[in-house]
Design a protein around this ligand. Sequence first.
Ligand code: GCU
Length: 673
Amino acid sequence: AEDGYELWLRHARMDPEAAAFPTGFMLDCETNSPTLNIISDELQSAFMAMTGSELVRHDKLEDGTLILSSTQCSGSLQSDLEAVESDEGYIIRSENGEEIGHTLIGAKTDIGLLYGVFDYLRQVASEADLTKLDITQAPAIDLRVLNHWDDLNGHVERGFSGESIWDWFRMPDYMSPRYTDYARANASVGINGTVLTNVNADATVLTPRYLEKVAALADVFRPYGIKVYLTARFSAPMELDGLETADPRNSDVQEWWKTKADEIYEYIPDFGGFLVKANSEGQPGPQDYDRDHAEGANMLADAVAPNGGVVMWRAFVYSAEEPDDRVKQAYDEFVPLDGKFRDNVLVQSKNGPLDFQPREPIHPLFGGMEKTPVMLELQLTKEYLGFSTHLAYLGPMWEEVLDTDTHVKKEDASVADIVDGKTFNHKLSGIAGVANIGRDRNWAGSIFDQANWYAFGRLAWNPKLSSSSIAEEWIDQTFDLSNAGEETVLSMMMGSREAVVDYMTPLGLTHLMGTGHHYGPGPWVDDLGRADWNPYYYHRATADEIGFDRTKTGSNALAQYAKPLRKKWSNLETVPDNLLLWFHRVGWDYEMKSGLTLWQEMVRHYDRGVDAVAKMQSDWLNLEGEIDAERYQQISDFLGIQHKEAKWWRDASLAYWMSINGLELPEGSAQPE
Ligand code: GCU
């Protein structure tokens, strides 16, 4: 059945005339490795599925041979491989000699070769001319990691696709084949690391009983080029071994972490390192002892450094005490520490300064720290964008973030340049995606959520790819559609995120989701104990005005951005409509660029969001018969849910705003149901 388990690796049957398929393949290798075995199996099963016949193994060059070679496997084609820059890079080159034509996939390492093979299969699926390939690739970012917010009891924090795929109870004696399929899917898009545990986890995973299970997973992932990482709870020395303190200046504590790290490396020789959430949302951290983030991070960094590990120290910090504006806290705490972190520390920041909202400006830490590699954290699981039932392709959102110019330098200072290390010449670079993966048959909770996993991997490899080209690739591999059908799905995907912004939080509004669960509208809740957990904190609507003044007359959060951005966003003339209420507080009758009042414009956005979902629904109907019934039906049903809930969002939000501003719905706008 087509239940989505195959993800984008379905390898649908192709027209035998569609392409110049290879006549066979040849491994130009002296040595063997588990990765090379995976490569052969992958090629053979893909071609069997696509063409119905076996891709035979040639032992010498014949016309149409696909040759695979790597330096690591002592291939004979070394000079051809010189063009490959990085250990993970590859070339794919069609050689059309006088007598025989063939295609070479070459890399320095077997893992690079595996990436090249997956790329080649993508070229096949997108019906590229296989006699004219000339591809040279290397990943722009070193650490391309998923962050699983998975607890050891199977619960996934903010997970909307079933329980955790890690079956801790049965590991290590039973290793589900799903782990292999997971590794394969990740490798196919270039993901090379995975943090197995929740940022809020306790320290249990660092005990021998669990390290044995982690090691078994690492063994499964290794031939796919994937390293494992773990979250490290800062108070682990106290919880696991009864130390009296977790103070990073205490030598027993330092010693404890060194010993723990060495122990981990005995189980997992290529362990990636630690991800840490400290002094955020109640988690323990160095500030409990009046030490700063750098001292905390450096202690852990020293513990893993001898074995080549890294520490990814999260900048998602905010506390009840921050008096005027929560979004300023991370910058205020971290920028003064720039230059104090060890070489193997990355500071990991969410894309925006608040919390994975449908739209935020970029986080000012991108460009704010010159000497520290700032790692970008994106969220694949759609905590604030309708979970897995609402269709929202996140590629355009991430592209918007990556393309934003921080202006900290004249050129090469987009968020992508900062993150890949170009702007400030960093040796280490990283990007993290909070995984949307669970035990659902379709992995991600819905078919379209698979596209977010796919897009994350592709952008992590090359943050300058366009989200529409990624969507096209994904569509090619996920469905078998007519050209018109492909266009339809592409336009649905490309418009989907903006539709969510429109019906949830238009014009720079933010964090109006139901408290706690974050699903559905909840702009009205007003007593949660903490000011910054109250939606009013973000919209500040009164009878006359709405919005958060972050200019000089308000919290001045804008001071955290480089001057050109600060000027653009401070000025009502130049701030884009889509960030207006994030940075400014204006009257309900404020005149927008369109000539409408703010209120009229706002209502128009809510209506537009609902209409966009209705359009997706009707577009989808045209695809009946082009898509297998099972996937067609689920998507259709989910769009039904989304449409109902987009109206709920609009109606509930407008009713609330009207209870505050006393205004009527503008003429011509949709009436609530
Ligand atoms: C959000 C999310 C939490 C998560 C936190 C984090 O606040 O709702 O579940 O733990 O982000 O990123 O640490």
